[in-house]
Design a protein around this ligand. Structure first.
Ligand code: NAI
Ligand SMILES: O=C(O)C1=N[C@H](C(=O)O)C[C@H](O)C1
Length: 263
């Protein structure tokens, strides 16, 4: 049995992950944490009325009172790094979906995990289809170096571009390197019209009510085009990946960056 805590359990992803952990026979939910919660026990929330699990508003109290193997994190970009560091310092393996990590923050927690010989996972996207989209896009960029990424999300999202778009761009860059795109003379008449620039490729972020998480990677070449698209219509799409991560980190002694490394 793997003992799990969920950080950010009051949020959209935290709630979905909490339900997944409760349902999965290999997992035991030993605590949930969210500074914006008011409950003392999960059973005070009607949909969890049969689940006797402690609720923590402070992570220091959580580590004093429960023994956890895995820390699932779906919080906010501003605290994800410190939460991951905190989990490792307390011997808990992080499985992190929260976005907003800088490259140096990923390296820093990877170093700590190696020192402590603890497994972990930071996955910008836990949906299997999204991982395939990123891998297909990286492969295509070898033959189609001209590419633009458009990610589309619900309008409550805090960060732009999305973690998935950044990871996609990193994977494309690893395959094709820097490549200047578009007309070198082009001028934006409205600032931002061409989107963000990552090593020559453009990233566009759409935020609209009704959307969940969607991304398309569009390639153009001489006389042809290629479009690779992934849609998460529901947050359950991420749960196979989260469950897989929770199992796999138990036998790792380093932090993987990207679910593709565990598939
Ligand atoms: N890797 C993946 O597959 C996915 C990643 N995400 C990412 O997960 C994160 C959460 O997304 P949502 O659930 O949609 O956001 P949300 O806004 O619904 O939930 C965030 C939760 O974090 C809590 N929180 C705020 N400060 C905290 C702190 N200091 N410690 C612990 N919890 C704290 C809030 O109270 C809230 O309940 C975002 O960064 C999002 O981009 C979202 C979907 C999939
Ligand atoms: O905020 C979200 O919703 C999502 N965030 C992740 C990201 O930034 O890529 C993963 C997914 O796109 C949903």
């Amino acid at each position: 049995m793997i003992n799990i805590v969920v950080a950010g359990f009051k949020g959209k992803m935290g709630l979905t992950a909490t339900k997944m952990v409760i349902k999965n026979e290999k997992f035991t939910l030993v605590g949930v944490f969210d500074p914006h919660s008011v409950e003392k026990n999960l059973n005070e929330i009607s949909e969890f009325s049969n689940t006797d699990v402690r609720v923590f508003q402070d992570k220091e109290d959580l580590v004093k009172e429960v023994q956890a193997d895995v820390w699932i994190d779906f919080t906010i970009p501003a605290v994800a790094f410190q939460n991951t560091y905190f989990a490792l310092e307390h011997g808990i393996r992080p499985v992190v979906g929260t976005t907003g990590f800088t490259e140096s923050e990923v390296k820093e927690v990877q170093k700590l995990a190696q020192e402590k010989r603890l497994g972990g996972l930071i996955a910008p996207n836990f949906a299997i289809g999204a991982v395939l989209m990123m891998e297909f896009a990286a492969k295509a960029s070898k033959y189609f170096p001209d590419v633009e990424i458009t990610e589309m999300h619900h309008d409550n999202k805090l960060d732009a571009p999305s973690g998935t778009a950044i990871k996609t761009a990193e994977m494309i860059f690893a395959e094709r390197g820097y490549h200047a795109q578009g007309n070198p003379e082009e001028k934006e008449t409205i600032k931002g019209a061409r989107g963000a620039d990552y090593e020559g490729m453009k990233i566009h972020s759409v935020r609209l009510p009704g959307l969940v998480a969607h991304q398309q990677v569009q390639f153009g070449s001489v006389g042809e085009g290629l479009l690779i698209r992934h849609d998460s219509f529901d947050r359950s799409s991420f749960m196979t990946g989260v469950a897989l991560g929770c199992e796999k980190v138990m036998s790792l002694n380093e932090i993987a960056y990207g679910l593709e490394n565990l598939l």
